[in-house]
Write a protein of this length. Structure first.
Length: 81
């Protein structure tokens, strides 16, 4: 419950899907895959990970595969839009 309150206090929406996604991101030891079709938790995730070298890209961008490989190699968080 305290983790939920902390995430909501950081700007995560309080709907069940967002709380579940936030819990997965916060507790996962490896590489969580979160699908956020309504874009409700994206602002929270961007804010949470911006200081950790967040990489954001679209699959239509040039060199997206190189960005993906570099981010994985360096342990950065990735958002694919």
């Amino acid at each position: 419950a305290s983790l939920n309150a902390k995430m909501i206090g950081q700007g995560l929406p309080d709907d069940p899907v967002s709380i579940e996604n936030g819990s997965i991101i916060s507790k996962c030891k490896r590489w969580p895959l979160i699908i956020d079709p309504q874009m409700q938790g994206i602002k929270w995730l961007r804010k949470r990970e911006e200081s950790n070298g967040l990489i954001v890209f679209q699959l239509t961008q040039k060199n997206w595969l190189r960005k993906l490989e570099a981010a994985i190699t360096n342990g950065h968080t990735i958002i694919i839009e």
